[in-house]
Design a protein around this ligand. Structure first.
Ligand code: PGA
Length: 256
C-alpha cells in the first residue's frame, strides 16, 4: 500500500510545557506505522522540536517563512533562520495567511523557491473560499490560478519535491462544535484529482510522482473515507492534531 502522510498543523496553539509530552506521544505513534507522521509547529518551538524529534520517525516543520534572506523586516523569519533547526517541512500559502496576513500568490512562489534552495520541503496549501465555490462557481479557476502561480518558473524536479495540500477554506476549522462540516470525500477527491492532473500535465510528471493531501476538519469520524480516496495521499490536520487522542484516532485508521 502507498504510504499515507498525516501532518499536524498546530497553528498558534500549545506551549513549551505541552509540547514536551506531545512530542513523546507522536514518537510512539510514528513507531507504530509505516505511514509518515509529521507536525508543523510555531516557529519559536522549532528548537524544541529539533531537540525532541530529530533522529526519530516524526517529521517536523515550520508554518511560515519570509522570502528575503535578511534585512529590515521586523518580526519576520528567513529560511536560513529556520534551517538552523533542520526542519523537514514548511507550510506555504495557508489560507489563514492568505486571508489574514496578505500572502499573495506571488509570495507563495517566492517562498517555495527559497525553501527548495535550502532543501526544506514546502507544503503548499491551496483551495477556494465558500463564496468562490458556492456563490461564484469558480472553484477550478481559483485552484488552477493558485497552483500555476505558486509553481511558476519551477523545474519538474523541483515540483516533485513539494507536498500539495488541497484545503477548501470553507471546510477549515469546522470539525468541532456546532458548525461540523468538512468537504465530502467526493468533493475532496474531485479536487485532489483535478490538482494532481493539472500539476502532472504542466510539468510532464506521472500521477504517482507527486503527493497531494486533503486538509479541512479531518478527524477520526471522516478520515477513513477521505483517506481511502484514490487521489488523497494523506491529511493536513489542524484541530484534530491538538487532541492527541483524535490525532491518534486518525492514525489508527491507516495503521498498516
Ligand atoms: P482543520 O485545519 O483540520 O482544523 O480544519 C486544517 C488546516 O488549516 O491546515
Amino acid at each position: 500500500m502507498k504510504k499515507k502522510y498525516l501532518i499536524g498543523n498546530i497553528k498558534m496553539n500549545m506551549s513549551k510545557e505541552s509540547f514536551i509530552p506531545y512530542f513523546e506521544e507522536l514518537k510512539v505513534l510514528a513507531e507504530e506505522t509505516q505511514n509518515v507522521v509529521g507536525v508543523c509547529v510555531p516557529t519559536v518551538y522549532l528548537g524544541l522540536a529539533q531537540e525532541k524529534l530529530q533522529g526519530s520517525k516524526v517529521k517536523y516543520g515550520a508554518q511560515n517563512i519570509y522570502f528575503e534572506n535578511s534585512g529590515t523586516f521586523t518580526g519576520e523569519t528567513s529560511v536560513h533562520m529556520i534551517k538552523d533547526f533542520n526542519p523537514d517541512y514548511c507550510l506555504v500559502g495557508h489560507s489563514e495567511r492568505r486571508a489574514m496576513f496578505g500572502e499573495t500568490i506571488e509570495w507563495t512562489n517566492k517562498k517555495i523557491k527559497k525553501l527548495l534552495e535550502v532543501g526544506i520541503t514546502p507544503i503548499l496549501c491551496f483551495g477556494e473560499t465558500y463564496q468562490e465555490r458556492f456563490e461564484e462557481n469558480v472553484t477550478f479557476e481559483i485552484v488552477k490560478n493558485q497552483l500555476e502561480g505558486a509553481l511558476e518558473g519551477l523545474s519538474k524536479e523541483e515540483v516533485k519535491k513539494i507536498i500539495f495540500a488541497y484545503e477548501p477554506v470553507w471546510a477549515i476549522s469546522k470539525g468541532y462544535g456546532s458548525a461540523d462540516v468538512s468537504a465530502t470525500s467526493a468533493q475532496a477527491e474531485e479536487m485532489t484529482a483535478y490538482s494532481r492532473k493539472l500539476i502532472c500535465e504542466n510539468f510532464n510528471l506521472n500521477d504517482d510522482e507527486i503527493i497531494v493531501l486533503y486538509g479541512g476538519s479531518m478527524k477520526p469520524t471522516n478520515a477513513k473515507e477521505l483517506l481511502s480516496q484514490k487521489n488523497i495521499d494523506g491529511g493536513l490536520i489542524g484541530g484534530a492534531c491538538l487532541k492527541t487522542a483524535d490525532f491518534k484516532g486518525v492514525f489508527e485508521l491507516v495503521i498498516d
